[in-house]
Design a protein around this ligand. Structure first.
Ligand SMILES: Nc1ncnc2c1ncn2[C@@H]1O[C@H](COP(=O)(O)OP(=O)(O)OP(=O)(O)O)[C@@H](O)[C@H]1O
Length: 238
């Protein structure tokens, strides 16, 4: 896989590094070719768009960056910590403390209410809980309102909401407690162009407010204009 970094025009607000990826490689199994990923440096508060065709390894890369898959080679440093040197429990806690992940299928908990889905990370992380103002519930409601989820939906089971609303709830869950980094895996694929653009603008505006870095993957290159920088995965294998 080769990479191409395009405009690095917008400077980040901080020189602190949110994520540094070096020499990353992964094989799903011995008969499949090995995936090799480009090196990435993401500054604190910076928003990076990662695009590539279907099968180029975008979801695999996000799972490696979130510490949910172990690389065959290379390192992933998030906020200075080499996450793959942590034990499984410490890695899960690190993810809960410092990362918000928005999955392609949202992964909301179907039997919980809208608000309970948003507050979930604060149940797993004291750090995220302490960063909410003045309470976890208040911040969840503020995020839901900012993402245009009507107040009379907050106590409803999340499965009773539309796909677009569920997607915004997944974004609120990723943003609560101001994690250093949000990883988003093509969460806009079910939306029409207007809603997709509106969603991205909301996500990036709220992330900017919290100085949260965002790495967003998609096959849809038309979304690149919303981001500071972009990186292309071309699906080369070794
Ligand atoms: N669970 C798995 N087991 C074995 N191989 C897998 C698995 N998941 C992905 N792969 C393989 O890894 C390669 C990269 O897949 P990946 O899902 O990361 O690509 P992608 O760019 O996210 O694709 P898409 O845009 O279609 O979601 C593909 O060749 C795929 O077949």
């Amino acid at each position: 896989m080769t990479s191409k970094t395009d405009s690095a025009s917008n400077s980040s607000r901080s020189t602190e590094t949110a994520m540094e990826v070096s020499g990353l490689g992964f094989s799903w199994d011995p008969v499949q070719p090995r995936l090799s990923f480009p090196d990435i440096i993401l500054k604190r508060g910076e928003h990076l768009f990662l695009h590539g065709p279907s099968g180029s390894g975008k979801s695999t890369l996000l799972s490696l960056l979130a510490g949910m898959l172990r690389p065959a080679s290379g390192t992933v440093r998030v906020l200075g910590t080499d996450i793959h040197r942590l034990g499984a429990g410490a890695r899960d806690q690190f993810r809960a403390d410092h990362m918000g992940v928005i999955f392609q299928q949202f992964n909301l908990v179907p039997y919980l209410s809208t608000r309970a889905n948003v507050t979930l990370p604060c149940g797993l992380s004291e750090l995220r809980r302490e960063r909410t103002e003045p309470t976890v519930e208040d911040e969840a409601e503020r995020l839901l309102a900012a993402l245009s989820i009507p107040a009379d939906h907050w106590q409803r089971k999340v499965t009773r909401l539309s796909i677009g609303q569920q997607q915004r709830i997944a974004a609120a869950r990723a943003l609560i407690g101001a994690p250093g980094l949000i990883l988003a895996d093509e969460p806009t694929s079910a939306l029409d162009a207007d809603n997709r653009d509106r969603f991205l603008e909301l996500l990036l505006t709220l992330a900017h407010r919290h100085n949260t870095s965002v790495l967003f993957v998609s096959h849809d290159q038309s979304l690149a204009r919303h981001f500071d920088n972009q990186l292309e995965l071309q699906g080369d294998r070794t």
